[in-house]
Write a protein that binds this ligand. Structure first.
Ligand code: ZN
Ligand code: ZN
Length: 419
C-alpha cells in the first residue's frame, strides 16, 4: 500500500491535524519529556507524521514508530512453517514493557483490513494468535493495568473502507469512512478539545450514578438474551478518561462512548446472543449464542466463524469467562451512523457489550487493583485474551439488582432509564 501526498488524499488533510491534536493532547495527554511508541500500518503515514510533529510540539522526548503492512503479515500466513507460527517476537514486547516501565506513552493507530486473514487456515490463525498473545503479555499487561498513558485512534485505510462501503469506488469509500471517523471521533467541529471535555462530563455523570447504586448484578433481557451478570466485589465503573499509574490522566479510546466495569468471573448465569458480528483476528464471527453456568461458557455456537470462535474460547482457562461489562446507549453516534465498521474500537462503542478474558484491574475501588491476588479474590478474571462482543440493541432492557434483591431500571429499549 503506497502512501499518498496530502493533496492526493480523498478528504480534507486538515482533519488529520485535528485528529493528531486530539490524540496527543486529550487521548494521551502527553507530558513534556515523555517518550512515545507509535504502532501503525504503513498506510496511515499521513497521520503518523502529524502525530509525531504534534508530540514534539508538546515536548515529547523520543518518538519511536513501528510500522506494519498487510502484505507482510500475509506473507507469513501463506509461506511460513507451522512451527514458525508457534513463535512470536517476545524480545520486542519485553522491550516495549521496559519502555512503559520508564514512563513511555503508547499510541496505536487502527486502520488495518479487518478481514485480512479471512481466507487463511483457522488453525494456523489460532496458532499464531496464541503465540502472539503469550509473547505480547508483558506489554499488554502494562496497557490493561494502565502503567502508562495510552491512546488508540483510527485512520481511514482503503481495505477497511472497502469493507465498510463495498459498493463505493476506492476514493469514495475512503472519503466516506474518513467522514464517519472524523464525526464519531468528535473532531468535525470548531473546537474538538472542548467537545471532548463536554463528552467526558456526560460519561462521568453516568459512572457516578452507577457507582452510587453499587449493584450486586445486572440482569439483561433481549431476544435470545436472558443473562445475569454478577459484578466483582468492590467494582468501580469507569468511562472516558482514566488516570494511569504514572499519574497522567489520559483518554485511551478515541472514540469512546462506554462506561464499563469488572464482572464477577464466577457469577454469570444464563444465555446471551450477540447483536452484531465480531471480527477477531481477521475472521468474521456472526450469530454468536452462548450459555453461562457459574461464570463459565458451557455452550457456544456461531452461525459464521464458529471454528475460530470455539478455538478462541479454548485459549486458556479464563477465555470462557467475562472480564468486562460495558454500557452504551443505542442512540450513540456509532449506532446512529447505521454502519458496521468491522472494527471493535468502533463497533463496541455502538452498543452494550461484554468481553471474554482479562479484566481491567483499574475497575476497582481503593487499592484492590494494585494486587493481582485481591483482584481475583474479588472476582476479577485472568486470561491472555480480551475480546469484546456486542449484546446491545433497541430491544435490550437492563435492571440493576442490589444485594437484597431490589431491582432498578438501568436501560430500557437500549437507552438509559434514569437520565
Ligand atoms: Zn469496552
Ligand atoms: Zn473491552
Amino acid at each position: 500500500m503506497n502512501t499518498l501526498a496530502d493533496d492526493e488524499l480523498p478528504f480534507e488533510s486538515e482533519m488529520l491535524d485535528r485528529l493528531a491534536e486530539v490524540s496527543i493532547r486529550v487521548g494521551l495527554n502527553l507530558q513534556p519529556g515523555q517518550d512515545l511508541i507509535i504502532t501503525a500500518p504503513v498506510e496511515a503515514l499521513p497521520l503518523v507524521r502529524r502525530l509525531a510533529a504534534e508530540a514534539y510540539r508538546n515536548g515529547a522526548g523520543i518518538v519511536t514508530t513501528m510500522l506494519s503492512d498487510d502484505d507482510l503479515a500475509l506473507a507469513r500466513y501463506e509461506h511460513a512453517s507451522d512451527e514458525s507460527l508457534d513463535r512470536a517476537p517476545d524480545w520486542m514486547f519485553r522491550a516495549m514493557a521496559e519502555a512503559f516501565d520508564n514512563n513511555t506513552a503508547r499510541l496505536a493507530i487502527s486502520a488495518a483490513n479487518p478481514l485480512l486473514l479471512a481466507g487463511q487456515d483457522p488453525s494456523r490463525v489460532a496458532r499464531a494468535g496464541k503465540s502472539m498473545s503469550l509473547a505480547a503479555k508483558p506489554a499488554m499487561e502494562r496497557i490493561t493495568n494502565f502503567s502508562t498513558n495510552w491512546n488508540i485512534v483510527s485512520y481511514p485505510g482503503l481495505a477497511w473502507a472497502k469493507q465498510v462501503f463495498p459498493d463505493k469506488e476506492d476514493n469514495e469509500a475512503v472519503a466516506a469512512l474518513a467522514e464517519a471517523i472524523f464525526s464519531i471521533s468528535r473532531i468535525d467541529n470548531e473546537d474538538p478539545i472542548a467537545a471532548w471535555k463536554s463528552h467526558q462530563e456526560t460519561l462521568t455523570k453516568r459512572q457516578e450514578w452507577l457507582n452510587e447504586q453499587d449493584f450486586h448484578s445486572l440482569h439483561y433481557k433481549a431476544p435470545g438474551t436472558d443473562l445475569t451478570i454478577g459484578l466483582a466485589e468492590g467494582h468501580a465503573w469507569k468511562g472516558g478518561a482514566s488516570t494511569a499509574k504514572n499519574g497522567i490522566e489520559c483518554t485511551p479510546n478515541i472514540p469512546t462512548e462506554e462506561v464499563f466495569t469488572t464482572p464477577h468471573s464466577a457469577r454469570v448465569e444464563g444465555t446471551a446472543r450477540a447483536s452484531k458480528p465480531l471480527v477477531y483476528r481477521g475472521t468474521l464471527i456472526d450469530g454468536i449464542e452462548v450459555r453461562f453456568e457459574a461464570g463459565k461458557i458451557v455452550d457456544a455456537r456461531a452461525e459464521k466463524g464458529e471454528e475460530v470462535f470455539l478455538k478462541l474460547l479454548d485459549t486458556d482457562d479464563g477465555a470462557r469467562r467475562l472480564g468486562e461489562v460495558a454500557l452504551v446507549p443505542h442512540s450513540s453516534p456509532i449506532s446512529a451512523s447505521g454502519l458496521l465498521f468491522f472494527n471493535t474500537l468502533y463497533d463496541e462503542n455502538a452498543s452494550c457489550h461484554i468481553a471474554l478474558g482479562q479484566c481491567y484491574s483499574k475497575c476497582f475501588r481503593g487499592d484492590i487493583g494494585d494486587d493481582p491476588e485481591a483482584v481475583s479474590k474479588a472476582g476479577g478474571n485472568t486470561s491472555n485474551i480480551h475480546v469484546d462482543w456486542m449484546i446491545g440493541s433497541d430491544e435490550l432492557d437492563i435492571d440493576g439488582i442490589s444485594k437484597d434483591g431490589g431491582r432498578t431500571p438501568v436501560m430500557r429499549k437500549g437507552e438509559w432509564a434514569y437520565e
